[in-house]
Design a protein around this ligand. Structure first.
Ligand code: CP
Length: 315
């Protein structure tokens, strides 16, 4: 497979370096203009299979619309877990081999199992694979759009302080974000979670190796006034977590009025969404609530990634 940008697959946030991220962000800014103009045809005759074995609103629609805005064609199944031949017992590998026989240019896959994206790459031949979230491991394109959002909102990553809150043990988004933050020089990451949902040891080791300072607490009030980015997550009930972020016996995790009072005037609140009870709706009125702007950035980043994976090489 030929990829001018050296981006044949998007599997793991660790594959990106700062230079490549900057190029993606530059492309994403161009994509905002292309969307304003109603689209273009640079991916005409390119075909994307959208293969989601788990529910999705943002990732799936932003990828499918991204392909449409760039002139490509999308093929998808509604809930691959139920309506593909997986229900008959077909392995992921066999499904990917068969789909790749139909010569799509890219398969965007979301799957509930760790390792699923790598397994797909092993049998995908010349077809690019994009990991749209796998198991508890990674959601790399979410992390790229998150870092893009911080740059757009605050202009930098280096020197900023982050709070990452909620079900950190099960969040693939937190993993991928930590991997990307390790490429920069943030001041500190404060992990705020119930004791039963602390960030994984492997992530802490990675941050230590990359000289990123971090702390752990169960009380968001301890760090809310010190951080530039509050990154909230929901409890991943579909992965076996069974606590509520609103349960005050476990600590303080909700971005409520008390937290809004404590926060810096120019800090931002992010969330990959969907949210449940960890950010009340009244927070949406606060200009620091960046999560809907963050979600919108997903379209531009996914357009940029698809272009960089699929567009003909520059000479
Ligand atoms: N943030 C995110 O991955 O949302 P979806 O599950 O709706 O795609």
């Amino acid at each position: 497979m030929e990829s001018y940008y050296g981006l044949p697959h998007v599997i793991d946030a660790r594959q990106f370096d700062v230079d490549l991220l900057e190029r993606i962000f530059d492309e994403a800014k161009e994509m905002e203009k292309i969307v304003d103009e109603g689209g273009c045809d640079i991916l005409q005759r390119k075909r994307m299979i959208s293969l989601f074995y788990e529910p999705s609103t943002r990732t799936r629609f932003s990828f499918e619309l991204a392909m449409s805005y760039l002139g490509g064609t999308v093929f998808q199944t509604e809930n691959a877990k139920e309506f593909s031949s997986a229900v008959k017992g077909e392995t992921l590998e066999d499904s990917i081999r068969v789909l790749c026989g139909y010569k799509p240019n890219v398969i965007v896959i979301r799957h509930g199992e760790d390792g699923a994206a790598e397994r797909a790459v092993r049998v995908s031949g010349k077809t690019s694979i994009v990991n749209a979230g796998n198991g508890k491991e990674q959601h790399p394109t979410q992390a790229v759009l998150d870092i893009f959002t911080v740059f757009k909102e605050l202009g930098r990553i280096d020197g900023l302080s982050f709070a990452m809150i909620g079900d950190l043990a099960s969040s693939r988004v937190i993993n991928s974000n930590c991997y990307l933050l390790g490429k920069y020089r943030p001041e500190v990451i404060h992990f705020v979670s119930p004791k039963c949902a602390q960030v994984k040891p492997g992530i802490k080791e990675y941050l230590q190796r990359h000289s990123v300072r971090f702390s752990e607490t169960t009380d968001l009030r301890e760090v809310a006034s010190k951080v530039d980015v509050i990154y909230q997550t929901r409890t991943q009930k579909e992965r076996g977590s069974n606590f509520s972020c609103a349960d005050r016996r476990l600590g303080h995790f909700v971005v409520d009025r008390e937290i809004l009072q404590l926060m810096k005037k120019n800090a931002i609140i992010m969330h990959p969404l969907p949210r449940v009870d960890e950010i009340p709706a009244y927070v949406d009125e606060d200009r620091r609530a960046a999560y809907f702007r963050q979600a919108a950035n997903g379209l531009f980043i996914r357009m940029a990634l698809l272009k960089m994976i699929l567009a003909p090489s520059k000479s």
